[in-house]
Design a protein around this ligand. Structure first.
Ligand code: ZN
Length: 418
């Protein structure tokens, strides 16, 4: 037994309770975004870190261990949201809906946390609603300022919110879309909303829903940079600690099933919706407020892995050529946890020029531009971002020309005609 294993268990990121219950242990993997060059492979070893998620028996927050050093996790941060057309469209619809629902106008203020390159706030600015971005990466913030979105370079937490409040910032709407699950100190982060919100202000939080992760065995959404896996049960407790409460929820199809949770100060006038009460009841029915529901996850992960490995063995035995699509974190985790390597898959196609020519972390499968598929001519194309199957089918429809088929390795691995 090594020193780390002999040490006492880590404590909950939110409530400090020792974490004695494992949700799933996915073994040791490299960081999911640590793409390798051929020199990396020739010259050095690849760092791997334990990837283990635990559930807190007190507040039911599911969280991964801090096994990788923060400087490794945050070193390569240069993600520009505007690169994805569907994401910009999602942002435009969000802005329209919020302006209409909360009557936002020239005297309102909208703040976005982790505002990236202004992909979302630009829609408020265009509608004449004052906006302020808060973004930790200075180069990304510059891109937002260049397109007319005022942006503060800061890592958001309680202290940052207090600095803004002292300057008179009081927000009618604060957007935190797909950021809550990625902050190491979730209590300090949420406390900032209690400081920043106007008395009747609204904060919206979007995050993948733990209930879908458990039901669909979405273990490939678990990686070191994704610190927390959230349910309403856990988030309502986290809000309460900062005198906030949820009052409405929408269920979104993004990321395999997400929640958009609406929150306000506990004393604000916003009335609780029937949808919120309904979701709370469904989570309780599913057992998310007791530890038993969480113990069923690891066997589902094993079943999903077995289903994919059985497909792979059969296809390889038949001499089929197999490639994959989508070199993002989800795909990297899936391949590493399944123990799949370059002898199983000929390549992974990805649209990002920054990834092409590199190798997948861990599995070391080469990453190629999608246009090269006509030379590779795979019999099967495994779509690693299963949530984007419709988009990928349309983009890679060419495989029908040589009889190729798509594969989705969801709870059961399925083969789909182009
Ligand atoms: Zn806890």
């Amino acid at each position: 037994m090594n020193a780390a294993a002999a040490a006492s268990p880590p404590v909950c990121r939110f409530c400090g309770t020792p974490l004695t219950t494992t949700f799933v242990d996915l073994g040791e993997t490299p960081l999911a975004n640590a793409y390798l060059t051929t020199e990396d492979v020739a010259t050095g070893r690849e760092r791997r870190y334990p990837l283990r998620a635990r559930v807190c028996g007190e507040c039911f927050l599911v969280q991964v261990d801090d096994s990788a050093p923060p400087e490794a996790i945050f070193s390569d941060y240069a993600y520009f949201s505007s690169v994805s057309a569907s994401w910009v469209e999602h942002a435009r619809r969000y802005a329209e809906a919020m302006i209409a629902r909360f009557g936002l106008g020239a005297k309102s203020l909208v703040v976005e946390i982790a505002s990236n390159d202004g992909y979302l706030l630009q829609h408020f600015v265009a509608a004449g609603v004052p906006a302020l971005g808060v973004e930790p990466a200075a180069n990304v913030a510059q891109a937002a300022i260049a397109k007319g979105v005022p942006t503060e370079v800061a890592f958001f937490n309680r202290a940052a919110a207090e600095r803004l409040a002292q300057r008179g910032v009081s927000a009618d709407l604060v957007a935190a879309n797909n950021v809550l699950a990625h902050v190491p100190d979730i209590r300090d982060f949420v406390a900032g909303f209690g400081v920043l919100l106007a008395p009747e202000g609204v904060a919206t939080f979007e995050f993948p829903h733990l209930l879908n992760l458990i039901r669909e065995a979405q273990f490939d959404t678990i990686y070191h940079e994704h610190f927390a896996y959230l349910s309403l049960v856990a988030v309502e407790r986290i809000f309460a600690a900062s005198a906030l409460r949820a009052f409405d929820v929408e269920e979104l199809a993004t990321h395999g099933g997400s929640l958009r949770l609406y929150a306000c100060r506990v004393e604000a006038a916003h009335r609780e919706s029937a949808q919120l009460a309904n979701l709370r009841a469904r989570e309780r029915e599913a057992g998310l407020a007791a530890l038993d529901a969480y113990s069923g996850f690891a066997p589902r992960v094993e079943a999903r892995k077995r289903s994919f490995l059985a497909f792979l063995a059969e296809a390889r035995a038949a001499g089929e050529r197999i490639a994959a699509y989508g070199a993002a974190a989800k795909g990297a985790t899936f391949l590493n946890v399944c123990g799949v390597g370059a002898s199983d898959l000929v390549c992974v196609f990805d649209r990002s020029p920054a990834k092409q020519g590199k190798l997948m972390p861990g599995s070391r499968i080469p990453i190629l531009a999608p246009e090269t598929i006509a030379e590779i001519r795979p019999d099967y194309l495994v779509v690693l971002p299963w949530n984007l199957i419709d988009e990928v089918r349309a983009e890679m429809a060419v495989i029908g020309e040589w009889g190729g088929r798509f594969v989705v390795a969801a709870r059961e691995t399925r083969v789909i005609a182009p």
